[in-house]
Design a protein around this ligand. Structure first.
Ligand code: FAD
Ligand code: DLZ
Ligand code: SF4
Length: 512
C-alpha cells in the first residue's frame, strides 16, 4: 500500500520527520511547485529561484538514493497551481492509504493541510517539525507562570538543555551574554571577505528563466544569483563564514557600511529556513571553532544566541500567539507604506542604501532591517499590515513564522511589549554612530529641526509625543519621557511641525 509523503519547499532535508520510516518500494515522495504559493504575495525573484532550485536539487538527490519521487514543476501542463489541487491530483493518481507530512511552518499552510483529511477522505498524519530545537509543547511549558517572556531567559534554558557553551553547569566564560562587546562600528578599517558564491547550473538557470519570464513584475533582481541551492553548497557557505567572518561577527554585528551589504554576518538564514542547513549543525560547528581557539567567545556566543535563542524563541511566540498575532496594532499605526520602499527615490541615504541592497540581494542584515528600515517604519507610524507585507516580500529568508514576530514584535511594538520590553526607537545619532551613511546624505544628522534636519531626529521625538498615552508608563522609557517633559513648548512645536511636513510629503508621494 502506498503512503504519500508531502515535502514543502522549506522542508528540504532528508532527516525531516515526514520521511522517517519511508518504504522506498511503495511510498511516493511528493513535491509541488505551485503558482499560488509563488504569487499569494509577490516574493522577491531571488526567493522563488532559491526555493524552486533547492527543491529540484533535493528531489534529484532523493531520486538518486532510490526514493520514488513525484515532482510537479511549475510549468507542468497539468499543474493546477495550488497545494490543494496538487494533493488532490496525486491522491487520484496513486490512491494512497494515507498521507504523511511534517507540519507546515506557516499557520496559513498548516490550516490548509488540516483540511485535507476531510476534503479528500484520506488519513492524514501531521508530524511535528524536527528541524527546530524547541517543540511547541516545550515552549508553551516555558511560558507557564511567567509574567514576561524574555528571550534571554529562554535562551539560557536552551543552552542548558543542549549543553552548548557550558562549563560545568555554568555559562562558558562566566557570562550568558556578551552583547555589550558586540557594538563596534566599522568605519573604513578592514576589507570585508566576500559572501558565498555558488555556480549557476542548468537546473538553476532553468528556474531563473522561468522567473524572469513569469514573475517579472515581482520586486528585486533575479541575477546575479549566487545562493547555495544544495546541502553541499550550503555547508560550504557555512564553512566559509566560520573560516573567514565568524571571528569578527560579534564585534561588528551592529555595524553598517556604505556599499557593504554582507559584512561579517553568516548569510545562512535562507538555508536554515528551507532545510539546506540544520540549526544544530551550525551551532555545533561554531562551538567547535571556539573550542579550537579559532574565534573569540563573544563571536561564538553572539552567533549561537541568534540561532539557539532568537530563532527558536520567535517561532515559539508565533505558534503561541497565532492567529491573533497577525492583527496586533498596539500603537494604532495607520499610515501607508511610502513609495520609496518599492524603489522610488528618497534623499535619506541610509534608507536608500538598505532598500537598494535589499532589491539587489533579497538580503539586508539585522541592523539594517531593525534600526534603519524598521526604525523608520516605527517612527513614521506605518500600518503593521503594510509593513509585514513588505518584509514578507523582500527577503529570501522570509517565512511568516520568523518574519511576523520580528516585525510586529521587535520592530513595531504592535504586540504591546510581548516580545520586546520597549520600542526600538532611535534618532539619527544611532545610525550615524553605527554606520558611515550620514556623510553621504542630503540631510544633516547634526541638525534637529528644519528642512535639512535628519528626519529620524524629529520623528523620534514626535513618536514619543504621539504615543505618550500608551507608552509613558513603560519603566524603560522613563528617561525619554523625563527629557520630553523638560522640553520647551517651542521645541515641541518645531518637532511637530517638521514631522507633519515630512509625513504629509510622504503621503503626497513627494521626494523626501
Ligand atoms: P546572522 O546575523 O548571521 O545571524 C545568524 C542566524 O541567526 C540567522 O541566519 C537567523 O537564522 C538567526 N537569527 C538572527 N537574528 C534573528 C532573529 N531576530 N529572529 C530569528 N532568527 C534570527 N529572519 C529570518 O530568518 N526571516 C525573516 O523573514 C526575518 N525578518 C526580519 C525582519 C525584521 C524587521 C528584523 C528586525 C529581523 C528579521 N529577521 C528575519 C531576523 C534577522 O534579521 C535575519 O535572520 C538575519 O538578518 C539573516 O541574516 P544572516 O543569516 O546573515 O544572519
Ligand atoms: C516560498 C515557496 C514558494 C515561492 N513556492 C513554493 C512551492 O511552489 N511549493 C512549495 O512546496 N513551497 C513553496 N514555498 C515554500 C512555502 O512557502 C513553505 O513551504 C510554506 O510556507 C510552509 O508553510
Ligand atoms: Fe539617515 Fe539621517 Fe543619516 Fe541621512 S542623516 S543617512 S537620513 S540617519
Amino acid at each position: 500500500m502506498t503512503t504519500l509523503r508531502v515535502i514543502f519547499g522549506d522542508q528540504l532535508n532528508e532527516s525531516i520527520s515526514s520521511l522517517s520510516g519511508t518504504d522506498k518500494d511503495n511510498d511516493i515522495i511528493l513535491f509541488f511547485e505551485v503558482n499560488e504559493e509563488a504569487t499569494y504575495i509577490k516574493h522577491h525573484k531571488k526567493k522563488i529561484i532559491l526555493i524552486f532550485s533547492a527543491m529540484r536539487h533535493f528531489a534529484k538527490e532523493l531520486s538518486e538514493k532510490n526514493y520514488a519521487v513525484h515532482y510537479i514543476k511549475i510549468d507542468d501542463k497539468e499543474n493546477t497551481g495550488s497545494f490543494h489541487g496538487e494533493v488532490q491530483r496525486a491522491i487520484k493518481h496513486y490512491q494512497p492509504q494515507n498521507i504523511i507530512l511534517t507540519e507546515p511552518s506557516e499557520y496559513r499552510v498548516y490550516n490548509e493541510a488540516k483540511r485535507w483529511a476531510n476534503d479528500f477522505n484520506v488519513a492524514v498524519e501531521i508530524r511535528s517539525d524536527n528541524r527546530f530545537l524547541c517543540s511547541h509543547e516545550t515552549f508553551k511549558q516555558w511560558t507557564q507562570g511567567r509574567k514576561q517572556l524574555r528571550m534571554e531567559f529562554f535562551y539560557r534554558e536552551m543552552r542548558k538543555q543542549y549543553n552548548i557553551l557550558m562549563d560545568n553547569g555554568q555559562p562558558e566564560g562566566g557570562k550568558w551574554n556578551y552583547d555589550a562587546d558586540n557594538r563596534k562600528p566599522l568605519k573604513g578599517q578592514l576589507s570585508v571577505p566576500d559572501t558565498y558564491h555558488s555556480k549557476t547550473d542548468a537546473i538553476t538557470k532553468n528556474v531563473i528563466d522561468w522567473v524572469d519570464a513569469h514573475y517579472s513584475d515581482h520586486f528585486g533582481s533575479s541575477t546575479p544569483f549566487h545562493f547555495a541551492v544544495t546541502h553541499k553548497q550550503a555547508s560550504q557557505a557555512l564553512n566559509q563564514f566560520i573560516d573567514e567572518r565568524l571571528a569578527s561577527f560579534g564585534d561588528y554585528q551592529d555595524a553598517m557600511v556604505q556599499n557593504e551589504p554582507w559584512l561579517y554576518h553568516s548569510h545562512i538564514g535562507f538555508y536554515l529556513n528551507c532545510g539546506l542547513l540544520l540549526p544544530l549543525q551550525c551551532i555545533n560547528q561554531v562551538e567547535q571553532a571556539y573550542r579550537q581557539n579559532k574565534v573569540p567567545l563573544n563571536a561564538a556566543e553572539g552567533f549561537i544566541r541568534q540561532i539557539l535563542g532568537w530563532r527558536e524563541y520567535v517561532r515559539g511566540i508565533y505558534w503561541l500567539k497565532m492567529p491573533g498575532y497577525e492583527k496586533t496594532n498596539h500603537l494604532n499605526a495607520q499610515r501607508k507604506l511610502p513609495g520609496f520602499f518599492w524603489g522610488e527615490s528618497t534623499r535619506m541615504n541610509c534608507i536608500s542604501q538598505c532598500i537598494s541592497e535589499t532589491h539587489e540581494n533579497a538580503y539586508a542584515h539585522h541592523i539594517q532591517r531593525l534600526m534603519v528600515l524598521g526604525n523608520f517604519l516605527l517612527l513614521a507610524g506605518i500600518d503593521p499590515d503594510e509593513v509585514n507585507h513588505w518584509y514578507m516580500i523582500v527577503y529570501a529568508d522570509a517565512f511568516q513564522w520568523v518574519e511576523l514576530p520580528n516585525v510586529s514584535g521587535m520592530v513595531l511594538y504592535a504586540d504591546g511589549g510581548l516580545l520586546s520590553s520597549k520600542p526600538y526607537a532611535a534618532s539619527g545619532a544611532y545610525i550615524n554612530k553605527m554606520s558611515d551613511y550620514c556623510k553621504g546624505c542630503h540631510y544633516k544628522v547634526s541638525k534637529k529641526d528644519g528642512e535639512l534636519a535628519c528626519p529620524f531626529n524629529y520623528l523620534y521625538w514626535n513618536f514619543f509625543i504621539k504615543n505618550k498615552a500608551t507608552l509613558k508608563n513603560n519603566p524603560r522609557l522613563g528617561m525619554s519621557y523625563r527629557t520630553l517633559a523638560k522640553m520647551s513648548d517651542e521645541k515641541i512645536d518645531l518637532i511637530e511641525t517638521d514631522s507633519e511636513r515630512f509625513l504629509n510629503a510622504i503621503e503626497a508621494n513627494a521626494l523626501v
